[in-house]
Write a protein of this length. Structure first.
Lengths: 202, 387
């Protein structure tokens, strides 16, 4: 099962897109996509919804991806952003749960949020004492702005990959990200316009 | 200050999923692979198994988010299902007979308090609240937008044992044109069933509003995560032992006020908190009376007779002088609608005071931008059941 998580294995290993294309006729090959990406997708969903909800959404992401595998177009981009897009759309069905998660985070005094079952505890620290304001500001963002912000911040996607993942134009990604960051900075009370361009990855 | 870094720190990298979680997800995928891609019938069965599996888990008390994919349903024992009727009795029956509440705001609220505290105490296994919600949305062409009213069903169930999970159900019920003029605009556009929303983004990138019903989305509400709403995060357990004294109710409101909600004066704050308690929480009769008395003691609460909620029920409107500006630049305020005979809450409207910018110019003064309409709230011994 531990096939992956090593980014650059040489030649012998077919790349993601090739695996998906072959899975059109040999569906069981799709399990390879799961092995390569489940952990990463699970982490992303956990950071937005909390551990318990994440277990199901992450699983559902791969079911949905499998069902849509013939719609994946290698010409349009890589598998990773495609999976993030599916996960993000599934998270979008749980907006109230996501907002509730951020509100719970805002109420958590600095040290911890007990997460998950079976004694699995995730420790969270408040972001330099501004955690509550930041969590509430995240909850208040429009869902579209929040999706873009968190794909850049958490999934480390480039603007182009976010555009692929969410089926948006590049310019829309940029404008949504700017608006989201402006709102966060306003909520945090510090206004430094230079930050807008600081993390641009074009 | 680097905001992106702060976000990453706040939403801290979690540990990797456990072997059990990974194995379960892989099993589901392998079942799908084994059944999928060959015959549609087998795919449907796989989807059904999936839904039932999560229903069962939720019933067993394991936290799970459930996307109800099944049509036709199955015997998931304790999780709410798509076809469950939206019914819940308000605590106390038969409804008390009362003269029409009259007089000024204060007298009316004090009379509502008297009625509330005479209601019999109700108990049950689950506290259930059911709402119908409406929200206006500007849609269509950027330069020729019109307005659709989106509708949805929203329900919550909370176990009387605060250590148990609760559930929420959210289902889009389809959008309809807001006015006759909007209907004409919609028909001119070819009566589309899926229409791009108009926001400050270019139209082709906006989300779309649908005229048809969506799937019911059910999420688990974990123990301790049941506080919500209107800037005051009051947990269910606190509400269930809410003090009776109006000053102490106000103190509870102040204690659970959320930070970062902007400057709000004390009495408008009290109004928002009291409204939230009345429309969502399981309050004992005397505590409910205490909330009405707290509202009665607030200055600058206004009253308007002869209003109707969005489903046409007649009521009395109450509002504080708190106004808010939303994302579209529209200035709005909350209006609580009470049943004129009993003082019970019927709905909470967001009313436009001043139109916004861009397409939001269509939100004229006086229209109800969004509304939460109470369909029922009460204790029930019947768990949310499958059909």
């Amino acid at each position: 099962m531990n096939v992956s998580h090593v980014p650059d294995v040489p030649a012998a290993r077919p790349d993601d897109a090739e695996v998906i294309e072959r899975s059109w006729h040999e569906p069981e090959l799709f399990a390879e996509i799961f092995h390569r990406h489940f952990e990463e997708i699970h982490r992303y969903v956990t950071r937005r919804l909390g551990a318990d909800t994440a277990d199901d959404i992450a699983a559902e992401t791969f079911l949905a991806a499998f069902r849509r595998r013939t719609k994946f177009d290698p010409a349009r981009g890589a598998v990773r952003p495609w999976l993030y897009g599916i996960a993000t759309n599934l998270i979008g069905l749980h907006r109230r749960a996501e907002r509730r998660f951020y509100h719970a985070l805002a109420r958590t005094p600095a040290e911890h949020v007990a997460e998950g079952h079976e004694d699995r505890v995730t420790s969270r620290v408040s972001a330099g004492g501004v955690g509550a304001e930041l969590a509430l500001a995240l909850a208040r963002l429009s869902p579209g702005d929040r999706d873009v912000l968190l794909l850049v911040a958490l999934a480390d996607l480039t603007y182009e990959q976010v555009a692929e993942a969410l089926d948006l134009k590049y310019g829309t990604v940029a404008s949504r990200l700017n608006r989201a960051r402006r709102k966060l900075r306003e909520a945090l009370g510090g206004v430094d316009p230079t930050l807008v361009v600081e993390e641009s990855r074009a | 200050m680097n905001d992106m870094k702060l976000v990453r720190e706040l939403l801290k990298e979690p540990p990797a999923p456990s072997g059990r979680v990974t194995a379960k997800a892989l099993n589901l995928l392998e079942a799908e692979i084994a059944g999928g891609g060959r015959s549609p019938a087998r795919t449907r069965r796989a989807a059904r198994r999936w839904s039932l599996g999560f229903g069962g888990l939720a019933a067993a008390g394991v936290a799970a988010a459930i996307t109800l994919a099944l049509a036709g349903g199955g015997p998931a024992t304790h999780s709410p299902q798509a076809s469950e009727p939206t019914v819940a009795a308000y605590p106390g029956s038969p409804p008390p007979r009362a003269a029409k509440l009259s007089g000024d705001v204060r007298h009316m609220l004090l009379a509502a308090a008297t009625i509330a505290e005479r209601e019999p105490s109700a108990t049950g296994k689950y506290w259930h609240v059911a709402y119908h919600s409406t929200e206006l949305q500007t849609v269509g062409e950027r330069h020729h937008p019109y307005v659709m009213r989106g509708q949805s069903r929203y329900e919550e169930w909370f176990d009387s044992d605060a250590r148990q999970n609760g559930w929420e159900l959210d289902q889009a019920l389809g959008a309809t044109p807001a006015t006759a003029g909007d209907r004409a605009a919609w028909q001119r556009a070819g009566s589309p069933s899926s229409i791009p929303e108009v926001t400050s983004d270019p139209p082709e990138y906006n989300p779309r509003l649908s005229t048809s019903h969506g799937k019911p989305i059910v999420d688990v509400i974990k123990p301790g995560a049941d506080a919500a709403g209107r800037g005051h995060a009051i947990p269910m357990t606190v509400a269930r032992s809410l003090p009776v004294d109006p000053d102490k109710v106000k103190a509870v409101c102040d204690r659970y006020k959320e930070t970062g909600q902007g400057p709000v004066n004390g009495y408008a704050d009290g109004f928002e908190c009291g409204v939230n308690l009345l429309i969502r929480y399981p309050l004992a009769p005397k505590a409910r009376a205490g909330v009405y008395r707290m509202l009665a003691a607030l200055p600058r609460i206004n009253k308007e007779n002869g209003v109707r909620d969005q489903t046409g029920r007649p009521g009395v409107g109450l509002w504080s002088d708190l106004t808010m500006v939303d994302d579209t630049g529209t200035t709005v305020r909350d209006r609580l609608i009470l049943d004129p005979a009993t003082g019970r809450p019927l709905a909470l409207d967001t009313v436009v005071l001043r139109h916004g910018t861009g397409a939001a110019r269509l939100y004229k003064k006086g229209i109800v931008q969004s509304s939460l309409i109470i369909q029922g709230m009460g204790w029930t011994n019947t768990p949310p059941k499958a059909h």
